[in-house]
Design a protein around this ligand. Structure first.
Ligand code: PMT
Length: 409
């Protein structure tokens, strides 16, 4: 019953997966949620309002300008009522309308009018999902912290095979329940000061070129948001990303590993927990050219020198905060992560297998293996925002264990 007392507004749009909406309502209700349903015009072609009314126990909403509905619960009241706006299935048309801020039907108006957390489970033909216009809309919506569930890949109603299927109702309900699972409800990190690094670093070669990596910052930003929800005061030291700062997070930006090191060292003194999610470049050019390097010879040799190891330096402080590292590995994941845990004297390490292109760098999903001196926890593949909540839960438990063992608060 992880969704007990949560009010969920379920928006159903006109795709074949709309026939699964009554099952989705039942799964959400089974988690303790109170559910109201909004149907678009085209959704009415695929699913019966009566069925949705029966399983939700509430009248189904459809018209933007419905005098009887306005008298009882107009669109603004409905928008204010919801803790969560879930749109499932969300068609390509729906994503476009949300991205462009249209407000000519009830669902799009509610999206603009609500301050609820927004989850979207897309469902469409695989080619429509891959279309540049859809991907551009997706990009815009992700910047606005909309949380995407899927789509899943597989055989589609039209016979195509690929990404575009709606995630199954049970998985949508579980993902949302996990997003509201205990860390934030119990405020496990109430008033703890948490410092987090995120994103890539850029190591300049000359005024126009740099060495970097594919980190998007999504994992670190998700952890920052989860820590805030768990009651922490969060400072996020971020390399260059396109992400918006999560609400109530104090963000400091930097570019190079040296800059990130300096920012972390000047903010770590009064922090309780440090989480190093950033993909920090291990090396930088020994000499940064002040002029653009010219294409003169067939070969160019760059001499690289080691960057400071931020994580290691934080863990070596006296006293050190509870220190959590990440390990991005492509092979022998557990063995290499264990070595980093021990050699850098960390309290915990979160290992991810970045050889799988579907998770890790720049993906919305990840899978983590958490290791500490006398324990481990495997967090299976899930959206990063969900894993972030689970990670914060595990960090809070191990932090308490360490501090209770030492007799401090
Ligand atoms: O940003 P996303 O696109 O969401 O992708 C997430 C991620 C894959 C980047 C993230 O989950 C992750 O694995 N981050 C760590 C990447 C990394 O640099 O791993 P590493 O094994 O090379 O480094 C080990 C640890 O030392 C990391 O915590 C790193 O932040 C830290 N480090 C490394 C080098 C350095 N000079 N200073 C550091 O603090």
């Amino acid at each position: 019953m992880q969704l007990k007392n949560k009010k969920i507004l379920l928006g159903v749009t006109g795709g074949i997966a709309a026939y699964k909406a009554p099952d989705l309502v039942r799964k959400l209700v089974a988690q303790g949620a109170s559910v109201r349903v909004v149907l678009t015009d085209s959704a009415l072609e695929f699913v019966s309002p009566l069925a949705l009314q029966a399983v939700s126990g509430n009248p189904v909403h459809h018209a933007l300008l419905d005098p009887s509905a306005e008298a009882a619960m107009g669109h603004i009241e409905l928008a204010k009522w919801a803790d969560i706006l879930l749109i499932a299935p969300a068609t390509a048309n729906c994503l476009a309308r949300l991205a462009h801020g249209l407000a000519d039907d009830l669902l799009s108006t509610l999206y603009l009018a609500t301050t609820a957390d927004v989850f979207v489970a897309p469902a469409m033909n695989q080619q429509m999902w891959a279309a540049p216009a859809t991907q551009a809309n997706l990009h815009v919506l992700k910047q606005r912290h909309i949380q995407f569930l899927g789509p899943a890949a597989g055989e589609q109603a039209c016979g195509d095979v690929g990404a575009g299927r709606m995630v199954e109702p049970i998985d949508i309900a579980t993902a949302i329940a996990n997003a509201y699972s205990h860390p934030q409800d119990q405020q496990l990190l109430l008033n703890k000061r948490v410092l987090i690094t995120a994103g890539p670093t850029r190591e300049a070669l000359d005024p126009v070129r740099y060495l970097s990596n594919h980190s998007s910052g999504k994992m670190g930003y998700a952890i920052a948001a989860a820590a805030v929800k768990a009651g922490a005061k969060v400072t996020l030291v971020s390399g260059p990303t396109n992400l918006e700062t999560p609400p109530d997070v104090h963000r400091l930006t930097c570019s190079s590993a040296a800059d990130m090191h300096a920012l972390v060292m000047s903010h770590v003194a009064d922090c309780d927990i440090f989480v190093a999610t950033a993909a920090v470049a291990d090396y930088r050019a020994e000499h940064e050219s002040s002029e653009k390097i010219k294409k003169t010879d067939d070969k160019l040799t760059l001499t690289l020198v080691k960057n400071p190891d931020i994580l290691k330096d934080v863990a070596a402080l006296e006293p050190a905060p509870f220190t959590v590292g990440f390990a991005a590995e492509t092979q022998n994941v557990e063995a290499y992560a264990t070595k980093k845990l021990q050699s850098k004297k960390l309290d915990m390490i979160a290992a991810n297998d970045v050889s799988d292109a579907d998770i890790g760098f720049n993906s919305d999903n990840n899978a983590l293996l958490l290791l500490w001196s006398d324990g481990r926890e495997s967090l299976p593949r899930a959206p990063k925002f969900e894993l972030a909540n689970q990670l914060i839960g595990a960090v809070a438990r191990q932090y308490d264990k360490k501090h209770n063992a030492h007799g401090t608060d």
